[in-house]
Design a protein around this ligand. Structure first.
Ligand code: DON
Length: 564
């Protein structure tokens, strides 16, 4: 009997002029509406970010931080760093218990929170580059919080899945678990306290969050619950505008995230390592091309562990790590036929110089682009909802090396450059990225997924640039991830058994993983804009296949492309 399996190829969503792609549909629509009313990409990004703080509480936030990368129609580009900062009372070994082992305090509860940056970052972006009134951009979020959001299957399952953590804190249990039971899909989540906080921010700007009533309440609650963040910490928080990292790859210019992100250095270093290998000759998804990609990842992640941290505190040899000569020496150690055991491969020696996240993209009709990734780290952050304020706090302190040399939540080993210090920003993997060619915008992309963000963004770039895939195919193609330690090649489902066998033969230990990031991407191909929301969703360190399969069966993918 002949069996015919029908695979339905997904198509990117095409828009004539402008698009928003986000991980939660209501927020994507908020952004598209801002664009339709004449707002620019930065306006839309601000509105989407505030909306996600209401509709996608696992990662959308005002209690966390992130990075915004923008490229304007005239070719200028900028990067706004609103990563959280360690409080003044933080210290190097604050999460090491009397037994010398890391405690859970960097992950859950009040002490896990670093000083949030989101509201300051969005305000800076709006003040410098926005065009619509601030309050107008917060209005949809306020309405969604006050009137309530009808929970999709995906959101209801996600909140329920975090029930054990959220249930440990009264205010989180009351708001997100109805006092003790999971929300069902189709039920309405109302967040009146959050609506009031957002109203104050709409009226008084970021000042409310950092110096006004919200600051006062947050500092009071911190003190009452053993948290570290004080009014002084909040007042002292600044967003920082930085130069994006810039590199070139096969005629494309890649704009990406500088420290305290580790991602941009990773993307540029790995592209550089791959460029000289001819790996692409073997074809997408082949054992040989995946082997080279994995070996480039292994080498970059070994350097990351050694050298990367907040460059305002530690001396990060950015130029050394991206120096073509250095990259060539790293490339030269890749063997075509054998995986290099990580235990035999340390960080390289670059020249030293003196010296559950979410991502969305917006492209407006003028050709301005924003790629924004922000996070509270774990899904639902540290699980604490601040009483009277209605928002969840981050557990970004866990992105520091709580114990230098020991693995963190993502199994990442990190070194002294990323040790905790007051006012320092934890190293991040968030990698909003924009590609241009011949001075024209080509692509905006990024992802959640911890360290897998960097691997996910890298591979979607490779799929488009080296393998000529359309953006939908580029996102759907199974991806791999290697982070040096553990010495394991993670792969998504969908690689053929003989490809896996060939990788094993080369000495790779393989492990299937649900998702290597959840990549949201927009490709500009005149006269159309093509947008793709990844069909995968990611949880924090564990990705949740069941959640997506069920959501897909309900006819909803996790994210949405919206536009006109
Ligand atoms: O900044 C970072 O690298 C992490 N806090 C990101 C966490 C993340 O992506 C979780 N999402 N799935």
């Amino acid at each position: 009997m002949l069996c015919v399996a029908a695979a339905i190829a997904r198509e990117p969503v095409r828009f004539r002029q402008a698009a928003v792609v986000a991980q939660e549909p209501l927020a994507a629509d908020v952004g598209a509406e801002v664009l339709r009313r004449g707002g620019n990409a930065v306006d839309a990004a601000v509105a989407v970010a505030f909306a996600l703080a209401v509709t996608h509480p696992s990662a959308g936030n005002i209690g966390g931080g992130g990075f915004l990368l923008a490229r304007f129609a005239d070719g200028r580009a900028t990067f706004i760093d609103f990563r959280e900062m360690a409080p003044l009372a933080a210290s190097r070994n604050m999460y090491v218990g009397p037994d010398g082992k890391a405690t859970e305090d960097s992950l859950i509860g009040w002490r896990a929170a670093a000083v949030p940056g989101t509201v300051r970052g969005l305000e800076m972006a709006h003040r410098k580059y926005g065009s619509r009134p601030w309050a107008e951009l917060l209005a949809p979020a306020i309405r969604l919080a006050a009137e309530g959001v009808t929970l999709s299957y995906a959101e209801a399952r996600s909140i329920c899945g975090a029930g054990a953590r959220l249930g440990r804190f009264d205010e989180s249990r009351r708001i997100f678990l109805k006092g003790g039971a999971c929300f069902e899909p189709g039920e309405v989540l109302k967040q009146p306290e959050l609506a009031r906080t957002l109203e104050r921010i709409a009226r008084h700007g970021a000042r409310d969050f950092y110096e006004g009533e919200t600051a006062r309440i947050l500092a009071e609650e911190m003190k009452a619950n053993g948290g570290l963040i004080t009014l002084e910490d909040l007042r002292g928080y600044q967003a920082i505008e930085r130069e994006p990292l810039k590199g070139s790859y096969r005629g494309y210019t890649i704009l990406t995230a500088p420290p305290p992100s580790s991602g941009g250095i990773g993307i540029l270093q790995m592209l550089g390592m791959l460029e000289g290998t001819g790996y692409e000759k073997h074809g997408a998804g082949s054992a040989s091309s995946l082997h080279y990609i994995a070996e480039a990842m292994r080498r970059y992640f070994a350097d990351r562990a050694e050298y990367l941290g907040d460059a305002d505190f530690a001396s990060v040899p950015i130029r050394g790590l991206l120096d073509p000569g250095y990259i060539a020496t790293r490339r030269a150690t890749i063997r075509a036929d054998r995986a290099t055991p990580s235990a035999e491969l340390g960080a390289g020696r670059p020249r030293r110089e003196s010296e559950d996240t979410t991502h969305f993209n917006v492209i407006d009709a003028q050709g301005n682009a924003v790629a924004l990734t922000y996070t509270i780290n774990n899904s639902y952050g540290n699980a604490v909802t601040v009483p009277r304020l209605g928002f969840l706090l981050n557990n970004e302190m866990d992105d520091f090396a709580a114990q230098p040399g020991k693995p963190n939540m993502f199994g990442l080993i990190q070194g002294e450059a990323n040790a905790i210090a007051p006012r320092k920003r934890p190293l991040s993997a968030m990698t909003p990225t924009i590609a241009e060619k011949d001075g024209r915008l080509v692509m905006a992309l990024g992802a959640p997924g911890g360290p897998r963000i960097i691997s996910g963004v890298l591979q979607v770039l490779l799929h488009v640039i080296d393998f000529g895939m359309d953006i939908q195919q580029a996102v759907d193609q199974p991806r791999v991830h290697h982070q040096w330690m553990p010495d394991r090649l993670y792969h998504e489902r969908g690689l053929s058994p003989d490809t896996l066998a060939l990788l094993r033969q080369r000495g790779h230990e393989l492990a299937e993983i649900y998702a290597v990031g959840s990549v949201e991407a927009i490709l500009v191909e005149e006269p159309r804009v093509r947008a793709v929301a990844d069909a995968t969703t990611t949880g924090s360190n564990v990705t949740d296949r069941i959640r997506w399969l069920a959501a897909a069966q309900n006819g909803r993918s996790a994210g949405k492309a919206s536009g006109y």
